[in-house]
Design a protein around this ligand. Structure first.
Ligand code: ADP
Ligand code: MG
Length: 211
């Protein structure tokens, strides 16, 4: 197989330098498949196991596509736990450091008022748990009109934790002209149903666990 490097993708030097600092030398299998699809702004359903590098698979193209000048969030990443939201925020901050991408994490059991203030300031990418994100949408404390990208991370975990209805409620509020990517380790029927309803002819990407 031909060797693929990060500089084979249409990503800028700011991002490549950040990946250097992170010591990401080569894209993982899921990154090789997903990065060009997100850069093309196409919908996709990605089945790939834990630890395969899914955060950077969406984080790299989202940092590349984000317009620094825009003050309102351009990407929303839904994830089942607070820990994952914080991790995604940190990873995206690291990938987007030279582009000065501002990522924030929004989740329950944290003061709402503080998040409200944070959401008012310039930010490009929001990672959050469904309940609290929906709360902010319903109270009008998060600007959603510039959201071009929705990432549903760990979709099967969202399902088993009972968050799918909240995910669906959020999707219904977002601008319909957007790119939607769904990531999951398994693809139960409820997940494929959700994608049939809310995704636009998604590309199916399955990474063989032996890679
Ligand atoms: P997943 O979301 O698929 O469970 P993560 O995105 O959390 O996986 O990545 C797992 C680990 O691999 C993290 O510690 C991350 O920093 C690291 N990683 C991701 N991509 C690369 C890469 N291209 N090269 C080296 N390490 C990587
Ligand atoms: Mg992950």
């Amino acid at each position: 197989m031909t060797e693929i490097n990060f500089n084979d993708f249409a990503v800028s030097q700011d991002i490549l330098s950040a990946l250097d600092l992170l010591e990401y030398k080569q894209p993982t299998a899921v990154q090789q498949k997903v990065i060009p699809v997100v850069l093309d702004k196409k919908d996709a359903i990605v089945k790939s196991k834990t630890g395969s590098g899914k955060t950077a698979a969406f984080g790299i193209p989202l940092c590349e596509l984000a317009e620094w000048e825009e003050n309102k969030p351009q990407a929303l990443i839904l994830t089942p736990t607070r820990e994952l939201a914080d991790q995604i925020k940190e990873d995206i901050t690291a990938i987007g450091r030279f582009k000065r991408i501002k990522a924030i994490a929004i989740y329950g059991k944290q003061p709402f008022a503080h998040q409200k203030t944070e959401l008012k300031q310039k930010n490009h990418i929001v990672a959050g748990t469904p309940g609290r994100v929906l709360d902010h949408i319903q109270k009008g404390t998060i600007a959603i009109d510039k959201i071009d990208y929705l990432i549903i991370d760990e979709a099967d975990e969202m399902l088993s934790m009972g968050f799918i209805d909240q995910v669906e409620a959020i999707i219904k509020e977002l601008p319909s002209q957007r790119t939607t990517m769904l990531f999951s380790a398994t693809l139960p029927e409820e997940i494929t149903k959700l994608s049939d309803l809310y995704m636009n002819n998604p590309e199916k990407i399955e990474i063989d666990s032996s890679h």
